[in-house]
Structures are given as C-alpha cells and as structure tokens.
Design a protein around this ligand. Structure first.
Ligand SMILES: *[C@@H]1O[C@H](CO)[C@@H](O)[C@H](O)[C@H]1NC(C)=O
Ligand SMILES: *[C@@H]1O[C@H](CO)[C@@H](O)[C@H](O)[C@H]1NC(C)=O
Ligand SMILES: *[C@@H]1O[C@H](CO)[C@@H](O)[C@H](O)[C@H]1NC(C)=O
Ligand SMILES: *[C@@H]1O[C@H](CO)[C@@H](O)[C@H](O)[C@H]1NC(C)=O
Ligand SMILES: [Ca+2]
Ligand SMILES: [Ca+2]
Length: 882
C-alpha cells in the first residue's frame, strides 16, 4: 500500500466521521435527513466510500513553492483527470487526495472514470507519483445510528474533520464535544447513574424508558429474596436454586438478616467469580457486570408529591418538560429509530421532581442526597432567580447536604453535582452571586453557542469550571433532545437551550469518565475538567494563563469540555491527595469603600507556617467571605488577587441590584488560581462604581479560605504531561486499567438530619478517603520518592488545623477536620494518644444490618479482590492513616 494511505482521512477515519461529514453537508443543502446508509450520501467534496480515489504526489521542484499555489495546481490536475481535489493528505506536503465527483454512478461509469483518471495522472508532468486508493475492510466498532434526529445533533459531532471540508461550509473545528470516538471504544456511561433534579422526568417516553432506573427499593428486602435474583442474573445455571444453598455454595453459610443489596451483590461477585464451579468470569468483568446491579434499582423520587415516581405533571404554561429534555441529552436511547441520542446513552437515568411547587431548604437538602448510593451524578439545571439583583444560594441544610453528598455519596467517592451557571446574562447577572455556582462541591458549567461564542443569556463568573454547547440567538441551532409527550409535546424537540441545556451535556460526559474509572472522587472530576478543557479563540473571552499554566476566562471557565480528552484523562487518573484547606481568621476591617477611581485594598499573608499543618501546597478553589454594608449593593466591584498576581473578578457591578443591605457573610469563590502555590499575599480590592452618593459602603469583615492539596507545582506539571501522553487514546481499551478500590457501604437515610450516626459515617468515609489516597500516593511515588507524603500521620496522631468557632457551629469546613479521629468530632480535645487502627474504625455500625459480614468473613468492609492481591501493603499502612 502506498505510504500516504495512513493519512487519508476518508479511508482510515472511524465511520462516525463520514457520518458527521454528511451531517454538515445536510445542513448546508437543507436536505431532509434520512437515516440508513448515511455514508453512501455524497456532496461535492464527500467521496462515497466505495467510490474511486487517488493519492497523488505533485512535483514541488521549486522547493518553497507556496502551499496555496500547490493547492491550485492540485485543483487543476484533478479537474483534468475528471476528479475532485479533496485536499492535502494529513501533513504530507504535496500529497493530495483526488476523489470521484459526486453523483449517482453506474458500474459502467466507474470503469470509464478510472481509465480517464489513470491516463491523465500517468501522463501529467506535474504528477510525480499516484496511486489509486482501495477501501480497507473495516471491522471496527462504529456508531451510526438510525435515530432520525441524530444527524441534527451538531454538538456531538466529531472534531478532526479534514480542514478543507470545514472551510467549505464555514465551520471551524472544535465546535463539538468530540464524543463519537469515545463511543467507538465502547464507553457509553455503562454502570453509571445520572439523576436529573428538576421538574420531573417523563420516564415512559421511548427514548428514556429503557435507561430509566426503576424497580423495588433494595434495602428493605431480605437477603433470601435478593440472592436468587442476583445469582440468576449473573449465573443462569443457579436460577431457581435455594437461597441457602447458593449461600453455602458461595461459602457464607445461611442468611437470616436483611443486608444491603449492593453489598451483597459485591460480595457475591467477589466470591462467586473466584469460585472454581460454574461460569468462570474474571473479577474485572464480574465487577463490571455487578456494577449496575449494585447500584440498581431506584434513584428517583418526587419531592413535590412525596412519592417515588418523578413523572412530570402537566401545567398551565406547558412548561414541565424541562427535566425530561435534560434527561434525554444525557441518556436518550440510540438506534431505536426515535428522536435523538444521549451523550452517555449507556448510562442509567433517574429523576427527582422538586421544582414543580414550593421549594424549601429541607427539600433541596433531601434532593441533593436522595439515593446517593445509587445516583452518581446530580444534574441540576436550575438556581436562584437570574434577575440580576438576587444574591442567593443553598441555605443551611442545602449546604450541609452538598457537603454530606461529596463525603458519603457514591460509596464515599463523592456525589458529583453539576450545576448550570445561570441564564441571567441579559440582566448582567453573574454566577458569583449564585451560591450553587460558587460552591466548591459543584461543577459549574456555562454555555457557548454552536459558534463557540458566549450566548446573550449566559452568565459569567470566576467560579465557572468549563463550558459546553447550547443554543444561542435565533439564527443559531439549539440542542435536539427528548421531550415529554404530554400536552403539546411530541417526545422530541429541537429547541432546548439555555445553560440548562449545557449542564446535562457535562453530566453525560462525566458519566463517561466514571465508566472508565468508577473510583474518581468528586475532586478528581473537577481536576480532570481543569486539566483537559480546551481554550479557544473568542474575542469576548478574557483568557488569562495562571502560574500553573491553566488558562481561564470568566466567560468560558477553563474552556470547552471535550469528551475524548476527559475520558482519556480519567482512564489513567490516580486520585488527587486529600483535600487540604486553610481558613484565615475573620479579619475585622471596618473600612470605608471610597468611590472609584479610589479603591479599598486589604491583604492577608498566608505563610509557610500557616500551611504546614494541613499540608496545603497548591490551590484548587479560593473563597472569600465578606460582610459589607452598602446602600446600593450593585455598585460594588470586588477583585481578588492570588499571590501569583492572578486576578479574579469575584463581584461584578450589577445595574439592577439596588439592594440596600449589602453583603452579609456572602462567600465568593474563584477557580482561577487552580494549581498555583498557596503561600503568599492575597489581596481583596473593592471599588464603588456607583455615582449617586448618599453614603459610603463599609467593609466590615472578611475571611479567606483556601482549598487545595499537598501536590506541589512539580506534581501538577508532571500530571499535565502524563495526561497529554494519554490523549492519543492508547490507554482507552479494556486491557488497561488501574486498580480501583471498591467503595464503602454507606447506608442511606430517610429525611435529612445529622445524627451521631451520620457523623460516625463521615469519620469512616474520611478515613477511607485518606486511606486510599495514601495508597495511591504510595503506588505513584514509591518508585521516585521516599514516601514523605504520609508524614502527617506517621509519627502519632494527625495534626489538622483547628476550625474556627463559626465553621464549627455551622458544620462547614468539615473536610479540614481530623476525620479519622472520632473524638474530635464529638467536640473533645485531640489527645496525644495512639491512633486507632482501621479495624477499630470499621466497627460493626457501618454494617449494622448484617452480622455475617465481619464475623463470618473476618474481613473488613473494604474486602475486595484488590486487597487480596496486596495484603501486605494495606496492612502495613493501616496504622499510619489514623
Ligand atoms: C443500528 O441499527 C441497525 C439496524 O436498524 C444496525 O444495522 C446497526 O448496526 C445499528 N448500529 C449500531 C451502532 O448499533
Ligand atoms: C477527537 O477525538 C478523536 C478520536 O475520536 C481524536 O483522535 C482527536 O484527537 C480528538 N480531538 C480533540 C481536539 O481532542
Ligand atoms: C461493550 O461492552 C459491553 C459490556 O462490557 C459488552 O457486552 C459489549 O459486547 C461491548 N461491545 C463491543 C462492541 O465491544
Ligand atoms: C504581607 O507581606 C508583605 C510583603 O511580604 C508586607 O509588605 C505586608 O506588610 C504583609 N502584610 C501583613 C498584613 O502582614
Ligand atoms: Ca433515540
Ligand atoms: Ca444567576
């Protein structure tokens, strides 16, 4: 085969590519979409696979002849030969691909086209070399779906079009989430559950029903009922066997008390898969098989009517279709000849109906933790009013629930909360005035339109992590997705828009990440987004590159989410070290805020000593809590400078906001200093840009909170390099996987109260997190370094920063609490005593439903295949953790 073959895009690219290519052309010519045989369609530049094509090397004797000139010559030669120049082959200078022109071609014509082309190319003086390209037989997994609206889902399309094709229809590369390559590698969100917290999900529509999580509540059911169910699902030969017989075959003895289903399934999987009898499965495939079972069956709830069914209710405004539309973006079923395809179409979808009626703090709190061992990702396309004058966010319980979710949800890896940045753009609203967007526990997602620009409705802020696609103004396309079929709905819409449409796409991409690496923590997910989002040109964006090399813009966060990059990074991601934080004292200032051009500047120095206790070296989120009295809140502008000089506009002036009460302990946050050194001077600069002067504002007090980890700048650069090396996709196959510890079995609670049991759970979760963080760090650094990382806990009890009284009372800053020391959580002093071992901590409380786990198995709740493989390492570290 000729050398140029590898680079011929038409021939070697995945089939998804011609499909998308076709979509582009369809858009151009306003063709009515039809579905099958997409690839057979041709446009002027599209070559039908099966049509003829030649690789041609043109003479470029003059050496530095310009590319443009060569291109023109190629066009001319192609025309002479009766072919069309499809552009340069990859990066090979002087090499072009000529294809048979479009149009129906008979077999007879093919022969004459070939003869003519061969004759011309062979005789042409400018042609140094030519070779007809023959199609390779592909056995690659492909994704071309028969869903009628799939071709209109422009946001899913592939990056990597041959540039010449993009020029032809005025489109630039990179205006999509690049997901098809991920699907081709069989990554579709399998085993991951996404819950849409909204106005309901119509789970009976065709594109949702098969992926909807439904079934009986697992925890209430006795083991004797569950076991046959799981056993027969996994091993058909065991169907109908007596529960106790299965149990004894698996080596457990009999069951009397009910145990959590997922734990039982996990146990069953581990033991059963290693059993010599019956169907032989590797542990990995067993785990994969079990994962959906473990997390099934029910993730949904209706908090508006207080029942388990989140079915939306028809309303006067025909408006309760929102949740269903979001659900479709995530998990619409592919290839069912109906409507569209979800980003993570292999994932499972659940719904929590909470927005159709009065919403209270406690309802919000319940929603955020609902079925949090089943639901992995919470997609929340809502927030406080986007009217340009509201300053609001989660209240006491909502905040506590978010925090509880990241600590105890997803078996201790942390629930992923995705929130939309907000739709108040035309009111000058800013998501730093939205407490959900500001929260460190959420992934804040903004929107860009199909041209990559910030739409009129989108809000910007310093805490925005990334953006993805949605609709724009009238001339631009919106998102095609599932719709309800109640009232005027048809089950499918082309008109979903707003940042509401962006957040679910992000949730879907995160589901893809969790499939390839189920043990990513909530912070890992944020890190991966920061590391992989791509900056792109937009005149409105104020890109600034920080000291760690990450570029951020208030409009676009760290850039565009790219499913390919996210999933490849997730695949090789080892967990970031535990969350370290630093809280400054409350800094009482009582200083007047003079009118612009004057400004008020206050600073706070964070020294090496301050950070030594927590081990905080590099930053993640930086938060500032301020109390300001001001007669017109919207006139204030607040900027925060990190030690590097990186500036964040945390408080923007808002013309509509004439609230006279100022800010009362409002927390602004920024992600713009991500990865930078934590040590140094932080400056808060406040200006009053108002002009009508009754009285001046006063900065009463402020407080700085830094979040981050013990990663050094060098660690971060190393990680950046590692991730880039993975972007070729070389690790994205089933044969490669890093060890992933299974999670903790954490019982769910009904209603939201922080009980002593919850606190105990938190202690255990914290211990667990630290435990395997250290486990990873050991794994990573053992070869390079002399495990300095565990130092904090090695020589006696852990030293952690003391919380301020305020945070202690509010229950915030829990993550900086010595979680492995239950005494402190109860308010007692930390003593210099010998640390408890993991075994002590994993008291039977955790597994209170079943006495069989610990006693019969004498293994801890962390029992899993991986531990069996490396008992020494784990045993040895236990003492150091707590
Ligand atoms: C979609 O369904 C068609 C049959 O309707 C089938 O030929 C095709 O392989 C399916 N595609 C995928 C990606 O499963
Ligand atoms: C998009 O995905 C393809 C694989 O399908 C990959 O080769 C390409 O590099 C990706 N492009 C970007 C910009 O990430
Ligand atoms: C994708 O993965 C699933 C589950 O592991 C498996 O059943 C299926 O055969 C895989 N598909 C392909 C095309 O490899
Ligand atoms: C902080 O450090 C800077 C220089 O390092 C110094 O000029 C300043 O006085 C310090 N401020 C406080 C409040 O300690
Ligand atoms: Ca469909
Ligand atoms: Ca807002």
């Amino acid at each position: 085969m000729p050398k140029g073959r590898q680079k011929v895009p038409h021939l070697d690219a995945p089939l998804g590519l011609p499909t998308c290519l076709w979509l582009e052309l369809a858009g151009l010519f306003l063709l009515v979409p039809f579905v099958m045989g997409l690839a057979e369609t041709s446009g002027p530049d599209a070559q039908a696979p099966g049509g003829l094509s030649w690789a041609v090397h043109l003479d470029s004797l003059e050496g530095d002849r310009e590319e443009e000139h060569l291109e023109q010559q190629a066009d001319a030669v192609a025309q002479e030969a009766g072919l069309v120049n499809a552009g340069r082959i990859g990066e090979l200078r002087g090499h072009y691909l000529f294809v048979q022109p479009a149009g129906p071609s008979q077999a007879m014509e093919v022969q004459s086209v070939r003869q003519q082309a061969e004759a011309v190319l062979a005789g042409h003086e400018a042609v140094r070399w030519h070779s007809e390209q023959r199609l390779l037989k592909r056995t690659k997994r492909t994704v071309h779906f028969n869903d009628p609206k799939y071709p209109q889902q422009w946001h899913l399309c592939v990056i990597g079009f041959p540039p010449h094709l993009l020029q032809n229809n005025q489109r630039s590369p990179g205006r999509d989430i690049n997901v098809t390559g991920v699907w081709e590698r069989n990554v579709t969100g399998r085993g991951v559950t996404v819950v849409v917290v909204d106005d309901g999900v119509e789970h009976t529509v065709q594109d949702i029903a098969p992926n909807y999580v439904s079934g009986p509540e697992p925890h209430a059911r006795p083991m004797s009922e569950l076991l046959p169910h799981y056993a027969s699902a996994l091993f058909p030969s065991l169907a109908g066997t007596e529960p106790n017989q299965i149990a004894s075959e698996v080596g457990w003895g009999a069951f009397s008390s009910p145990v959590p289903a997922s734990f039982a399934a996990w146990q069953l999987g581990c033991s059963r898969c290693s059993s010599p009898k019956g169907e032989d499965l590797s542990r990995t495939s067993c785990f994969l098989l079990l994962l959906p079972l473990c997390r099934s069956p029910e993730g949904s709830y209706d908090l508006n009517s207080n029942d388990p069914d989140p079915m939306p209710h028809p309303d006067l405004e025909n408006g309760n279709h929102h949740g269903t539309r979001c659900a479709g973006e995530i998990a619409a079923v592919p290839n069912n000849s109906f409507c569209a395809v979800g980003v993570a179409y292999g994932s499972r979808i659940a719904g929590i109906r909470v927005l159709d009626g009065p919403l209270t703090d406690s309802m919000e709190a319940v929603a955020f933790n609902k079925h949090y061992q089943i639901n992995d990702i919470y997609s929340c396309s809502w927030g406080p009013d986007d009217d340009g004058k509201t300053v609001d966010g989660p209240h006491q319980l909502g905040k506590a629930a978010l925090q509880h979710g990241v600590m105890a949800g997803r078996q201790g890896f942390g629930s992923i909360f995705v929130v939309a940045s907000g739709n108040g753009g035309q009111h000058n609203d800013n998501c730093n005035y939205d407490g959900y967007a500001n929260s460190i526990y959420t992934v804040t997602i903004g929107a860009v339109d199909e041209e990559g620009r910030m739409p009129f409705y989108a809000e910007e802020c310093a805490s925005m992590l990334a953006v993805t696609f949605s609709g724009g103004d009238k001339m631009l396309r919106s998102i095609v997705t599932t719709d309800w079929d109640l009232q005027k709905g048809t089950g499918c819409t082309e008109g979903h828009t707003g940042t509401s449409a962006a957040a679910p796409l992000a949730a879907g991409m995160i589901a893809l990440m969790l499939q390839v690496r189920p043990c990513l923590t909530w912070r890992d997910v944020q890190h991966i987004i920061v590391f992989t989002a791509t900056q792109y040109e937009d005149h409105h964006a104020d890109w600034l590159t920080n000291e760690a090399g990450f570029s951020h813009s208030h409009q676009h966060g760290f850039g565009l989410l790219n499913a390919w990059r996210l999933v490849n990074a997730a695949k090789i991601w080892t967990s970031v070290p535990y969350l370290a934080s630093y809280v400054s004292p409350v800094l009482k200032e009582n200083k007047a805020i003079l009118r612009s051009p004057h400004l008020l500047e206050v600073l706070w120095n964070v020294s090496r000593m301050d950070l030594e206790m927590s081990g905080l070296k590099t930053l993640e989120h930086v938060a500032v809590t301020v109390s300001i009295a001001h007669p017109r809140r919207g006139s204030l502008e607040l900027k925060l400078f990190c030690p590097s000089g990186m500036v964040s506009l945390i408080g923007t002036p808002r013309s509509m906001d004439s609230d006279p009460s100022g800010f009362d302990d409002w927390t602004f946050s920024t992600v713009r200093c991500w990865g930078e050194r934590a040590k140094g001077t932080y400056r808060l600069v406040i200006r009053d840009v108002g002009d009508e002067p009754p009285q001046l504002g006063i900065l009463q007090q402020w407080q700085l909170t830094l979040y981050g980890s013990m990663w050094s700048p060098v660690d971060i650069r190393e990680r950046q390099r590692l991730l880039e090396s993975a972007m070729s996709g070389k690790y994205l196959h089933d044969g490669f996987s890093l060890p992933c510890p299974p999670g903790l079995e954490i019982p769910e609670e009904d209603g939201y109260t922080i009980t002593p049991n919850t606190l105990k759970t938190l202690v255990l979760v914290g211990c667990f997190t630290i435990f395997w963080t250290i486990y990873y760090m050991l794994e990573i650094y053992l070869s390079h370094k002399n495990v300095a990382s565990t130092q904090g806990c090695r020589n006696g009890p852990c030293h952690w920063p003391q919380r301020s009284r305020k945070s202690r009372e509010e229950g915030t800053e829990l993550e900086s609490v010595p979680l492995c020391n239950s005494k402190d959580l109860n308010g007692a002093e930390t003593e210099n005593r010998s640390p408890p071992t993991t075994a002590d901590l994993l008291a039977p409380d955790l597994l209170h439903e079943g006495d069989w786990t610990l006693s019969q198995n004498s293994q801890s709740a962390l029992d899993c295949p991986y531990q069996h493989q490396q008992p020494d390492l784990l045993q040895g570290k236990e003492e150091q953790i707590c």
